[in-house]
Design a protein around this ligand. Structure first.
Ligand code: NDP
Length: 545
């Protein structure tokens, strides 16, 4: 496995990690941000953020995207991977990941916290079939349906307001007699015509068949049980759980000091009990968990780490390193189909690395608007590299070398016309633009470094496997699953990996009764919701053998 040495490694790409990346990059530290597929952290799943100074009506995903670009513009590198283990003691901090081993003189632990499950009967069974934890990702599945939101904190209140864009009615269940969130937000929720708030109420059971059909609630003052049954004409409803988070600190147990709830303890300079090891953001105990406090943590931790690294290097007689620009600086996501000049200039350096011809084979109804949009997008991409070409076929044309089930769609083929196993059904705009650029880079170029053990696992798959990844273009968790699954498909001709935009292919969504993305569907049978690493995808593929 290749070993790479940095000045600073940051674990986590939420707002604490990204701010640390901005500060470290500006301080000319060679910085690597390791992230596990959830770029932007919790804030990227909060649609409306009303209290970030100077940005009164910020959208979480947009704000995180801008922080990400800012960190990249200062030279922070990013690597998407699963962290297997860390060694935090000693002069060099060592991180073993699915993408290799990385070392640095200092490390910032900014792994944040993961949404807490509530534990009501039916919660696990109906995850992705009505029970969700990310309104931005899954809200649109509940157009004109009833939705329940559980929790009384900022997340619950703000997401309840967001869900009113889609839902017929939003019922917020708060277990106490008041909201815990800021008064102004609570007031907005209480006065919203589409929202009903039930205080002192807890969800005890959700039930249904293939989708949620009903729920039972208990008033914890009176003990009264009430039942909600989905109206027949609606067919289904949603439950979104926002009941706080638990710190993602398991990996560090036994190395840095944790408090009784698992939060990493630090001093005022955000240093842990180990020299050169800092913690920032929600993984630390604190009174106020907000974007501003997380970004402040990131700035403090990076500044302190910078001073520590400088001292360490002086002691070891090492010259300061130059920060290096990251590949993905040039592959920032597009918002929608059309290639802007800014986007072209970002993808050009990536496409310059292409070594082999890649033919984009697409099919669709020639008169269909979406087909035309896809053709325009792919045509413009092809203008950016002599290695890229487009062949467009009408739907059902027998001359088309790839079999498509949905239109518009396209596949990556080699210069000899051989199908790569990588397919996109729909237009990979929004966050999925990343998947498209990575697919081309992995197939036609050197691709990203990859763990030899994972390569061996991929090579050992003997029987044909069809993998589909249901996505929405607004889901920031989805591209990592698509990129990983498609990389697997490219490396083994037995495997096919198709991205399917459920915003466009409602039939597909209905067929699998999907109410959450990303959804990894293997052999049209087993469905796995939520972010998945390459190793996890391989676990699923192997079990289907
Ligand atoms: P919080 O911890 O603030 O709130 C959790 C909510 O869930 C509370 O109302 C809590 O009730 C309730 N709850 C916990 N367990 C249960 C249970 N078993 N049954 C029913 N209800 C339960 O979490 P949030 O996710 O809302 O926020 C996390 C942090 O992020 C907070 O510090 C928040 O301020 C911050 N945040 C900031 C935002 C911003 O800056 N704009 C946006 C979103 C979040 P109880 O009050 O009874 O304990």
């Amino acid at each position: 496995m290749e070993q790479q040495i940095y000045d600073l490694i940051i674990l986590g790409s939420g707002c604490a990690g990204l701010t640390a990346g901005i500060y470290a990059g500006r301080a000319q530290l060679r910085t690597l941000i390791l992230e596990n597929g959830a770029l932007g952290g919790q804030a990227a799943t909060t649609n409306e953020i009303g209290n970030y100074p100077g940005v009164p009506d910020a959208s979480g995903p947009e704000l995180m995207q801008r922080m990400l670009e800012q960190a990249r513009s200062f030279g922070a590198e990013f690597q998407s991977c699963t962290v297997h283990s860390v060694q935090l003691a000693g002069e060099r901090k060592r991180v073993e990941t699915s993408a290799g081993i990385f070392e640095a003189y200092a490390i910032i632990l900014a792994t944040g916290a993961t949404p807490r499950k509530l534990g009501f009967e039916g919660e696990a069974e109906f995850r992705g079939r009505g029970v969700g934890y990310c309104a931005t990702c899954d809200g649109f599945f509940f157009q004109d349906k009833d939705v329940f939101v559980i929790g009384g904190g900022n997340s619950a209140a703000e997401e309840a307001l967001y869900l009113t864009r889609f839902a017929k009615k939003v019922t917020v269940l708060v277990r106490k007699d008041a909201f815990r969130c800021e008064k102004a937000v609570a007031q907005k929720v209480l006065s919203h015509p589409k929202i009903e708030v039930k205080f002192n109420t807890e969800l005890i059971r959700a039930y249904g068949d293939e989708t949620l059909k009903g729920a039972e609630m208990r008033n914890n003052r009176t003990g009264e049980i009430t039942t909600y049954t989905v109206p027949e004409e609606d067919g289904m409803f949603g439950i979104f759980v926002f009941v706080g988070y638990q710190p993602a600190s398991e990996l560090f147990q036994g190395q840095v000091e944790l408090d009784g709830d698992g939060y990493i303890q630090t001093d005022d300079r955000l240093e842990t009990n180990l020299p050169g090891v800092y913690a920032a953001g929600d993984v630390r105990p604190k009174e106020l968990r907000q974007l501003v406090t997380a970004t402040a943590d990131g700035a403090i931790a990076a500044t302190q780490a910078g001073t520590y690294i400088l001292r360490k290097k002086e002691k070891l007689g090492i010259a300061p390193a130059q920060a290096r620009k990251d590949l993905r600086e040039e592959t920032s996501a597009a918002s929608q189909g059309v290639l802007t000049e800014a986007l072209r200039s970002q993808i050009r350096p990536v496409f310059r690395k292409l070594e082999r011809d890649v033919v984009l084979v697409m099919a669709g109804e020639p008169d269909d608007v979406k087909t035309q949009e896809l053709k325009d997008l792919l045509g413009q991409l092809c203008e950016e590299s002599p290695h890229l070409s487009l062949r467009a076929y009408p739907k059902h044309d027998r001359a088309c070398p790839v079999a498509f089930e949905r239109w518009p769609a396209f596949a990556l083929c080699g210069g000899d016309g051989q199908y790569s196993g990588v397919k996109f059904s729909g237009i990979p705009g929004g966050h999925e633009f990343n998947s498209l650029i990575f697919a081309i880079y992995h197939y036609g170029g050197p691709g990203q470094e990859m763990d030899a053990a994972l390569r061996a696992r991929i090579a050992s798959i003997q029987k044909p496997v069809q993998v589909q990844i249901a996505v929405s273009l607004s889901c920031h968790f989805c591209p990592e699953v698509v990129i990983a699954a498609q990389r697997i498909a490219m490396l083994n001709p037995q495997i096919e990996a198709e991205m399917v935009d459920v915003g466009l292919f409602h039939e597909f969504q209905r067929k699998y009764r999907l109410m959450s993305v990303p959804a990894l569907i293997v052999q049209g049978k087993s469905i796995h919701f939520g972010p998945q690493s390459m190793a996890q995808i391989l676990d699923v593929i192997e079990s289907a053998q």
